[in-house]
Design a protein around this ligand. Structure first.
Ligand code: GLU
Length: 277
C-alpha cells in the first residue's frame, strides 16, 4: 500500500507549485495513505503564521490529512541518533568553517568552485578532524569519500512519473558533485538531508512526490538510506510551476501565493487548471 507525504517548510506562504505537489501526492494516495509533515527545523526562518497558512491552504484545496501532524522540530533527538550512527561508522567530521572561510578557500589557486545541491562544494578544510574535537560551534559533515566506500551495493533507486526510470548513482559523482554535505548544522543539530531521510523512514513513506528542483538532492538521500539501513522509497519529481515570464514560482512571488489567489476570488478548480491538473 502506498504512503505519500507532503512536507512543506513554514518559511513563507504556499504557491501553486506547492499545490501541485500536495495535490499530486494526495491523489496518488487515494488507495493508500497520505501524511502532512511540517518541516520546521530551520528555526530562524520558520513562523507559526506560515504553519497556520499551510493548514488553511491545503484544506481549501480539498486535501485532508491525519492528525496529529508530525512537526520535524520534535524529531531532533531521532535525527541525532541517526547522526551518531554515521559518526560511529567513522563517516563524519566536525567543521568550523563559516561561509566566508569556504569562499576564501575556494578562491585559492587550484581549487574548483563547482556548485552542488547545497551550493558550492565544500573544499574539505576540516576533513580529517576527529569527532572528539567537536566544539559547540561546529557543524558535522559527512566525509563523502568514506561514505561511498562504506556502501555494500550500488546506489540504485527508481523514479516514477515524468522522469520514470531506474537510476544508478556513481560514487564519483557523489564525491565530486555533492561533496561533504552537512549532516548537522551548528545551530540546529540536524540538517535538511538527514532530517528528511530519518523522518521519511519513521513515517514509512513509500512514495516521495516533490518538485524537480529536489532531484539533485535525491542521490544524497538514497546514500543516507543505505548507510542507515532504511528502505528507499520511489521518487516522483514533477515539473516546476512557472509564472508567465517562465520563472519558477518561489516564496518571493507575493501576488501568486495561494492566499492571494484565493483573496482574488480564484477557486480550487482555478488553481488545478493553473498547474495543469
Ligand atoms: N521541506 C522541503 C521544502 O519545503 C521539502 C522537502 C521534501 O519534499 O523532501 O522545500
Amino acid at each position: 500500500m502506498n504512503r505519500e507525504r507532503f512536507a512543506p517548510s513554514p518559511t513563507g506562504l504556499l504557491h501553486p507549485g506547492h499545490a501541485f505537489s500536495a495535490l499530486t501526492a494526495f491523489e496518488a494516495a487515494r488507495d493508500g495513505s497520505f501524511v502532512l509533515r511540517i518541516e520546521d527545523i530551520d528555526v530562524p526562518r520558520s513562523r507559526p503564521e506560515y504553519e497556520t497558512a499551510i493548514y488553511e491552504d491545503l484544506a481549501w484545496l480539498g486535501i485532508d490529512w491525519p492528525m496529529p501532524v508530525l512537526r520535524q522540530s520534535r524529531r531532533i533527538p531521532d535525527h541525532e541518533r541517526a547522526l551518531q550512527k554515521l559518526i560511529n561508522m567513522g563517516l563524519c567530521y566536525p567543521c568550523s568553517c563559516t561561509r566566508k572561510d569556504i569562499q576564501a578557500a575556494l578562491s585559492a589557486p587550484q581549487e574548483g568552485s563547482d556548485i552542488g545541491p547545497d551550493g558550492v562544494i565544500y573544499p574539505g578544510t576540516c576533513r580529517g578532524r576527529p569527532m572528539s574535537d567537536r566544539t559547540h560551534g561546529d557543524a558535522v559533515r559527512l566525509d563523502m569519500r568514506k561514505a561511498v566506500a562504506a556502501l555494500k551495493a550500488p546506489l540504485r533507486y527508481t523514479e516514477i512519473g515524468e522522469s520514470a526510470g531506474d537510476y544508478e548513482v556513481m560514487s564519483d559523482t557523489l564525491v565530486t558533485w555533492a561533496g561533504d554535505v552537512v549532516m548537522a548544522r551548528k545551530d540546529i543539530g540536524t540538517s535538511y538531508h538527514l532530517a528528511v531521510v530519518v523522518d521519511d523512514a519513521a513515517q514509512h513513506i513509500t512514495h516521495v512526490t516533490r518538485g524537480m528542483d529536489m532531484m539533485t538532492a535525491t542521490p544524497i538521500h538514497v546514500l543516507l538510506q543505505k548507510l542507515l539501513g532504511y528502505p528507499t522509497p520511489l521518487y516522483r519529481h514533477h515539473r516546476l510551476i512557472r509564472d508567465d515570464a517562465g520563472r519558477r514560482l518561489a516564496k518571493r512571488h507575493d501576488a501568486l501565493t495561494l492566499r492571494a489567489l484565493r483573496h482574488q476570488g480564484k477557486t480550487p478548480a482555478d488553481i488545478r487548471a493553473m498547474v495543469g491538473l
